[in-house]
Design a protein around this ligand. Structure first.
Ligand code: ARG
Length: 588
């Protein structure tokens, strides 16, 4: 840790220790009342409780020692024993200079790098995107960016749902429409066509069609089940057809993820776990980890302290079939062998909490992975204004592409209204609109507490005012244009001298980056990054209002100092935004 709060904590902790008090009571944090102090320490109260002494007296004893620290300008004892600390201008100036020179923009790094597997995206082949998949993708991507930035070795895996009943439904539906294809001929021994017999659009049409029929007609459902079983058992034609379904879906999804600016290291799927399942079943049976219960093979995972019902982990159901539990167990073992992660994060809808609880416990019991190394990062639902999970305007299923397009259209509309980019080329305007749209979607999603539901309101999210992605883009672009103007005028950033209170406030905000990232990292909560960049933009805005930079009459050294502050802000703002997957245009 290099930030002021931590340096101070360590020094104040030593002072507490010198008085025979616990070091950790010297913890210092940003002041609740910025008008009174920069940082505060509340340790005197707890120390007094432990030592049965008067807190103000303890605070009074440590205060002069804190004041004597080189980084500190003054200390006040307030109320029952709060220590209000003001740091010296020099301390803040050094910190801003550090942010400016640091490749992490003051964001810090973890002490020990871990190997982290991130399982997110999780779309299903052919099935339409669920709004949960969008949230999973956005949150997972932000976490992969944050963990990488702080120094972990991250592998992201999209974990496609490519192995369930939907495959059998598709196979039977394609057969009904195109019965003469070689995939259905058991006697066919030649090579299957390289070209897929279905497009993405076909899949999108076929799946709802098939699942509708299966709901009404039990025999259709039975046929789909049988086809699924045959596919899983390895029937050649079905496997070949299935590969087409997966490939076509992957190509489509890769394009849409590209639009979202999200990349996965691995495009594996549930099916990849399949090869390991016979081995797992064999192993768990022979070690008597799994037990036979009413024809099914299960692992009991409930615990005495459980407050809710935790049903057993299902290895094989009574028909001998493998389901979601077993695939996830197979995936855990596969990753253990291939990637050896220290930690695996599953960024999946909170409604799957029980599933992961069962799987993680079973993995520990089986001895395949420690429960503590597996984490479900659940999230709430994105709802429409009606309070129900977000759908398209017509109430139909949501397609990722259409959803992004809606946001882009809205962004174009907003840009036109404000007259932004009027005299730019059509190409540049389109690029700006794309960035505004993505910033709106991502910031709206990530700035909420992850576990909460939220209401998606495109009008509000695409606004340039308020706590929105577009506001932050605008803030960054304003600083960029300032930098360009300074360059034209031949003004360079120079030595930093903090004089105005808005300058100090901005410097303090720059110092808070590392703490914000560490918290977001520890709790897996990107909203902490959103809060930081927003507060930074606000601190910059009041700085800019009160501290003119390029205005005539401002002394050269003041210009140079303020420009350095602006430059540090821009650097940290763009770094912070990149961690939530937001790219800023050069101008707007
Ligand atoms: N495909 C699943 C779904 O749509 C999500 C997969 C999440 N990842 C996992 N390892 N189970 O619900």
């Amino acid at each position: 840790m290099t930030d002021i709060a931590n340096e101070l904590s360590s020094a104040v902790g030593d002072i507490f220790e010198g008085f025979g008090l616990e070091k950790k009571l010297g913890q210092v944090r940003r002041a609740d009342r910025p008008d009174l102090a920069d940082y505060q320490c509340n340790g005197a109260m707890a120390a007094a409780k432990a030592a049965k002494r008067n807190p103000r007296e303890i605070a009074g004893e440590v205060a002069p020692k804190i004041e004597a620290l080189e980084m500190v300008e003054s200390v006040d004892v307030a109320g029952p024993g709060f220590l209000n600390i003001k740091v010296s201008a020099d301390t803040l100036q050094k910190r801003v200079a550090f942010v400016l020179s640091d490749e992490q923009a003051g964001g810090g790094k973890v002490e020990t790098s871990r190997s982290v597997m991130m399982d997110f995206g999780g779309w299903n082949v052919a099935k339409p995107m669920h709004i949960g998949h969008l949230r999973s993708t956005i949150i997972g991507d932000s976490l992969q960016r944050l963990f990488r930035f702080l120094g972990d070795d991250v592998t992201s895996d999209v974990h496609l749902g490519d192995w369930g009943l939907q495959m059998g439904l598709l196979i039977t539906e394609v057969q009904e429409e195109q019965p003469d294809l070689p995939y259905f001929d058991v006697d066919f021994e030649g090579d299957y066509p390289a070209e897929s017999p279905v497009s993405m659009a076909d899949l999108e049409r076929l799946y709802p069609q098939a699942s509708g029929k299966a709901k009404e007609d039990e025999s259709k459902k039975e046929a789909a089940r049988a086809a699924t079983a045959e596919l899983q058992a390895g029937r050649r034609g079905y496997r070949a057809l299935w590969k087409h379904f997966c490939k076509v879906t992957q190509v489509g999804l890769e394009r849409e993820c590209g639009d979202l600016g999200v990349k996965f290291d691995l495009w594996k799927g549930e099916s990849d776990a399949n090869t390991l399942i016979p081995e797992i079943v064999e192993d768990l049976k022979s070690r008597e980890v799994a037990e036979l219960d009413d024809g099914a093979w299960i692992i009991r995972v409930e615990r005495e302290e459980d407050k809710k019902d935790v049903p057993p982990f299902m290895l094989l159901n009574s028909q001998g079939a493998v389901g979601y539990h077993a695939t996830d167990m197979g995936t855990i073992l596969d990753r253990k062998r291939e990637n050896k992660p220290d930690l695996t994060l599953y960024v999946v809808d909170a409604r799957q909490a029980l599933h992961f609880e069962q799987v993680f416990r079973a993995a520990e019991i089986a001895g395949y992975e420690k429960e503590a190394a597996l984490e479900h990062i659940g999230f709430g639902t994105m709802n429409g204004k009606d309070g129900k999970p977000f759908k398209t305007r017509e109430g139909g299923v949501l397609k990722l592409h259409d959803f992004i397009q809606q946001a882009k259209d809205k962004a174009i509309e907003r840009l036109a209204e404000t007259g932004m980019g009027e005299d730019f080329s059509a190409e540049e305007r389109a690029d700006i609109a794309d960035k505004v749209a993505l910033a709106a979607i991502k910031f709206a999603d990530l700035s909420n507490v992850r576990t909460k539901n939220y209401v998606f309101d495109l009008d509000q999210f695409v606004a340039f005012e308020g706590k929105t992605g577009p506001y932050l883009l605008y803030a960054a672009v304003r600083v960029k244009s300032l930098m360009r103007r300074a360059k034209e005028e031949g003004i360079k950033a120079g030595e930093i001298n903090l004089e105005l209170k808005e300058e100090r406030a901005l410097a303090l905000q720059l110092d808070a980056f590392e703490g914000a990232l560490k918290l977001a990292y520890a709790n897996r909560t990107p909203h902490g990054i959103c809060d930081h960049v927003y507060n930074l933009a606000q601190a910059f805005s009041s700085f800019w209002t009160n501290a003119p930079i390029l205005k005539e009459g401002v002394p050269a050294d003041v210009k140079a100092s303020r420009l350095a502050l602006a430059q540090a802000t821009l650097k940290q703002l763009e770094t912070g935004l990149s961690l939530i997957g937001i790219e800023t245009p050069e101008r707007m």
